[in-house]
Write a protein that binds this ligand. Structure first.
Ligand code: AMP
Length: 226
């Protein structure tokens, strides 16, 4: 396939991060997760981190101009010239429009927006049980992926914490933000003919297989058109 420019779409807790990392390994493409980029900026105390922190702590979306700048500079960089995987961006219609403008400017197109669908009660179970390593952000789950020793990261031994935005009242806020601001992107990408849906209510490996399957289909369709 000429180039693969992918968006992972779905509510918080739908597994975008897990699938993004699997795809990154499979496809050897850069993976840009705005949540991870913003958390690193907060930790490093950069200007962007300072602008983002209060919104993130409340479970609200960071203003568009901050996230658009963050992603814009990566998409147009040399690492992304064969394609890229976006996780957590776009999350609003203005962000999607900005991405489209940026791609037009570069003479490129998005390949697919992959919507990972998961029922709401499953999302709450996933987010509520998530534990994150304080040092590097390695992710575990009390029920589905417990660490060897409770409260301790298997990878680097640092304490596992509940991310501020995984606390129950903030989870509710994040889901509300998804419903009101991000869900309209489903129609947005449907209208552009690039929406692909996968069932995210399955084991991570099975979801990854579905995504591989749909990318293989897209590749075949492209070859037939050429
Ligand atoms: P995530 O790790 O993707 O769940 O993102 C964590 C938080 O980062 C979100 O709740 C938002 O506050 C912020 N964030 C991440 N991506 C975006 C985005 N594209 N637009 C606005 N805020 C974002």
């Amino acid at each position: 396939m000429s180039e693969l420019n992918l968006i992972l779409l779905g509510p918080p807790g739908s597994g975008k991060g897990t699938q993004g990392e699997a795809l990154q390994e499979d496809l050897r493409l850069p993976y840009y997760a705005t949540g991870d980029i913003l958390r690193a900026a907060v930790k490093d105390g950069t200007q962007i981190g300072k602008q983002a922190k209060e919104y993130m702590d409340r479970g609200e979306l960071v203003p568009d101009e901050v996230t658009i700048g963050v992603i814009g500079e990566r998409v147009e960089g040399p690492d992304a010239s064969d394609g890229f995987i976006l996780d957590g961006f776009p999350r609003t219609v203005p962000q999607a429009e900005a991405l489209e403008d940026e791609m037009n400017k570069l003479g490129r197109k998005m390949t697919a927006a992959i919507l990972i669908e998961v029922p709401q009660d499953e999302i709450i179970r996933r987010l509520g049980g998530r534990r994150t390593c304080e040092q590097e952000g390695h992710v575990f789950h009390v029920e589905f992926d417990p660490p060897n020793q409770e409260g301790v990261c298997d990878v680097d031994g640092s304490p596992l914490i509940v991310r501020d935005d995984d606390k129950p009242e903030v989870i509710e806020k994040r889901l509300e933000q998804y419903r009101t601001k991000t869900a309209p992107l489903v129609d947005y990408y449907e209208d552009r003919g690039i929406l692909q849906k996968v069932n995210g209510d399955e084991a991570p490996d099975d979801v990854a297989d579905h995504i591989r399957g749909l990318l293989a289909t897209l590749r075949r369709e492209e070859e037939m058109e050429m």
